[in-house]
Design a protein around this ligand. Structure first.
Ligand code: CDP
Ligand code: MG
Length: 735
């Protein structure tokens, strides 16, 4: 018998019928006739006397057969064991005890705030409970769950797929930008909050979902904040829709207030006492202090893994290297240290390593960013080392400058970090700062992202959803007027609105690309200038520039030499990226080529994937994609067109060479800026007079990243509406 209750024969008949197919072209009467003859054929095939007699493959001896059967049996046993452990684990989570009560409350309330310690099972279990209780109505609806971080979305979807017993992308799937592992069959969908925001563009009522769980809401990412405002509208129009806001133990009251006093449900945690240690004096270098503390714990404390909170990838990589060196030197004088880094950009194969159980006689040291604060649960942690710092993106609307600033984290974060040590038993948290610093220098809560980042993308999105009164949108914390005004004026200058504030076709087209509006404008222009394919490649490369070339101290010179081969003096970083991409394509996307040129194959593979997806949107918008070469346009002309397309989107970011000749001044803001050392145009002789940059970042200096030389004339061509004659001509001296 088969799943649907049919016998083997019946299923064979069905299969054979499907295989014949093709009678749709016949008239109904003929169809019936045809079917009759077909059915006769089957009677014939399944006449027992005609049945095929199968023989056992005589080349297989009995022993082998036995072995195979044994293997099969073992596999089944293993699978049964796996299911049992999964069941046990699921039942051991704190949320399990509250399942009935929680589900009853969800039934009775449209909106609920759910609060619980990290690891209590909110993210992995609640969507499954809803699924098991029939909230998807057999596939008619989906249950959605948003995550602020890509890593969390993918790793949780993998875990839950495992628990449900299906492949990722079947019943349980995920969608993150440029990576979609969900299908028609998907009923539990994890996604980044940014992706859900994009779904609003095609489905304003979120009609595909019966329940939406906004997870890690306490992180207050830009996308989560905008989602909360939009969802507040949906709950009023769709009474069948349930909204769950999940957060770690901070800020719950604020969410409840925002949703008209929605009930707060607490999942009691399973946490143990964590002893807090402070340093008596401030530490000058928290990385050194962290390394010393790791060895101190390793040599003097009982078993248990260590989790170290740092601020970013580079710090983590440096510390990992340093730890590995030191522990190598100590050799077998100490027990083995397994060093596991985790940060947002870490390739997913490596991310999974932090979840693997630590072997006996070894100790795991996880080096993490604040990603491990709440969104990931790592079992076995007993010791936490907290640098007390966090890296935050800050945007200054008046200068257009972005900076990633390392600054003290909030008290709430520090407490959350300490809590990670008390999951399996009593733990210890070593804070690399003084008690006074905790009390006086750390803010109570982190600043919501909406108050400190560039809002161009969000404003464009709101407009495309028909929300034009962005000043009065229902924000939990309203962004500054300056920042909103700056985004509006940028979008207006790009042509997204007309003089009356109406949304234009260009604006709508721009909003469909999941990239910065300035980049989408470049793409739209390139479509008109016959170089869309080239600009598409550049934009895809720009999404992945941070890990393009290998990093290795020993091979630094060779890597530098390889970089220089690709440099385009005429076209700066943008055309340099195009050169790299084109050669990679010409090599047939070869891994060997990457290896020979010190380029990361994985990165280019991601670029390839991004490019395919952006290309799909270009096709949808009927942008001409034909490669310029194929349409017989000269290479020089193509380069010119590519550069002009970039200018059409980035004319806000123009800088003019200062008289001294080593620094630049931004045209509108008159601010002194420098070319970033990583740029193809760094120390180019002679320096170009005008250039365009993609980003302005403040690190040790005000640096322009991803620069391209431009001709002054192009500005009058593309930005005469934005710059005054005076600005273009150095205070009007020339003209
Ligand atoms: O969301 P919350 O922090 O309440 O907990 P969760 O993420 O649902 O985690 C519940 C349990 O699932 C954890 O204790 C982990 O053991 C396990 N888990 C896992 O093994 N792998 C993941 N990627 C996520 C969770
Ligand atoms: Mg969670």
């Amino acid at each position: 018998k088969f799943k649907d209750g049919s016998s083997w024969e019946e299923s064979q008949i069905k299969r054979a019928k499907n295989a014949i197919g093709g009678f749709t072209k016949l008239k109904p009467q003929d169809q019936i006739e045809k079917r009759k003859t077909e059915e006769k054929q089957y009677d014939y095939v399944f006449d027992n006397s005609q049945a095929i007699q199968f023989q056992l493959d005589s080349t297989k001896d009995e022993k082998q057969l036995n072995r195979e059967q044994q293997i099969l049996e073992e596999k089944v046993k293993e699978e049964e064991k796996r299911i049992k452990t999964i069941e046990q684990t699921r039942k051991s989570l704190p949320v399990y005890k509250k399942r009935t009560e929680l589900m009853q409350m969800i039934k009775e309330n449209q909106v609920m705030i759910i609060v619980g310690e990290t690891g209590s099972g909110k993210t992995t279990q609640i969507p499954q409970y809803l699924y098991e209780d029939g909230y998807t109505q057999n596939g008619r609806y989906k249950i959605g769950c948003t995550q602020p971080r890509r890593v969390a979305a993918t790793s949780v979807a993998t875990r839950v797929s495992d628990e449900v017993g299906t492949k990722v992308g079947d019943t349980v799937g995920y969608t993150i930008r440029f990576d979609d592992k969900s299908s028609e069959k998907t009923e539990i969908k994890y996604m980044t909050d940014g992706m859900l925001l994009r779904e609003f563009l095609t489905d304003f009522e979120l009609s595909a979902y019966s329940v939406m769980m906004i997870d890690e809401a306490h992180e207050r990412t830009l996308s989560t904040d905008v989602l909360l405002g939009l969802l507040k509208v949906i709950i009023k129009t769709r009474s069948d829709f349930k909204l769950l806001i999940c957060s770690a133990t901070m800020n719950a009251a604020k969410f409840s207030e925002f949703f008209e006093d929605a009930p707060i449900y607490n999942i009691p945690g399973r946490t143990y006492e964590v002893e807090l240690y402070y340093t008596p004096q401030p530490e000058a270098n928290y990385i050194h202090a962290a390394i010393t503390t790791v060895f101190q714990i390793h040599l003097s404390q009982g078993p248990g893994d260590i989790l170290v909170f740092l601020t970013g990838q580079e710090e983590i990589e440096n510390m990992a290297e340093n730890l590995a060196e030191t522990s190598n030197k100590l050799g077998n004088k100490i027990k083995e240290l397994l060093i596991c880094p985790i940060y947002a950009n870490l390739p997913s194969e490596l991310q999974q390593r932090i979840f693997e159980p630590t072997p006996k006689n070894a100790r795991k040291v996880v080096l993490a960013t604040n990603i491990a604060e709440t969104s990931l649960t790592i079992d076995g942690i007993v010791y936490v080392i907290d640098s007390g710092f966090v890296k935050e993106n800050k945007f200054n609307p008046s200068t257009g400058m972005e900076s990633l600033e390392i600054q003290p984290c909030s008290k709430a974060s520090a407490n959350q970090r300490a809590g990670r040590a008390g999951r399996v038993g009593p733990g210890k948290c070593f804070r690399l700062f003084t008690k006074t610093a905790f009390e006086t220098e750390m803010p109570d809560n982190p600043t919501p992202e909406i108050l400190r980042v560039n809002l161009n993308g969000v404003v464009l999105l709101l407009f495309s959803l028909g929300i034009t009164d962005i000043w009065n949108f229902d924000y939990m914390d309203a962004p500054s007027s300056d920042n909103l005004a700056k985004s509006l004026s940028l979008l207006y200058s790009l042509g997204a609105f007309n003089e009356n504030g109406g949304f234009t076709k260009i604006g709508r087209q721009m909003s469909e690309f999941p990239v910065d509006p300035m980049l989408s404008k470049c793409l739209l222009t390139s479509g008109e200038m016959n170089c869309c394919s080239e600009v598409l490649s550049i934009i895809s490369m720009l999404q992945e520039t941070s890990s393009l070339f290998y990093r290795s101290k020993e091979k630094q010179q060779q890597i530098q030499a390889s970089r220089e081969k690709f440099i385009s003096k005429v076209g700066g970083d943008h055309l340099t990226y195009l050169n790299i991409w084109n050669e990679f394509v010409d090599s047939g996307y070869s891994r060997q080529w990457c290896h020979d040129n010190f380029v990361q194959f994985k990165t280019l593979n991601r670029v390839k994937n991004i490019r395919t997806q952006l290309e799909r949107i270009c096709v949808k918008q009927s942008l001409i994609l034909e490669n310029a070469q194929a349409s017989n346009i000269s290479r020089d002309k193509t380069i010119l067109h590519v550069m002009k397309s970039i200018v059409s989107g980035y004319f806000w970011n123009v800088a003019r060479l200062n008289r001294g000749g080593d620094s630049y001044k931004s045209l509108k803001k008159n601010q002194q800026v420098w070319i970033h050392p990583s740029s193809a145009m760094f120390k180019l002789k002679p320096p170009v007079k005008f250039l365009i940059y993609n980003e302005l970042v403040l690190t040790s200096k005000e640096f322009m990243r991803n620069c391209m030389p431009i001709s002054e004339r192009w500005l009058s061509e593309y930005a005469s509406h934005y710059y005054t004659d005076d600005e273009l001509n150095e205070g009007g001296k020339k003209k």
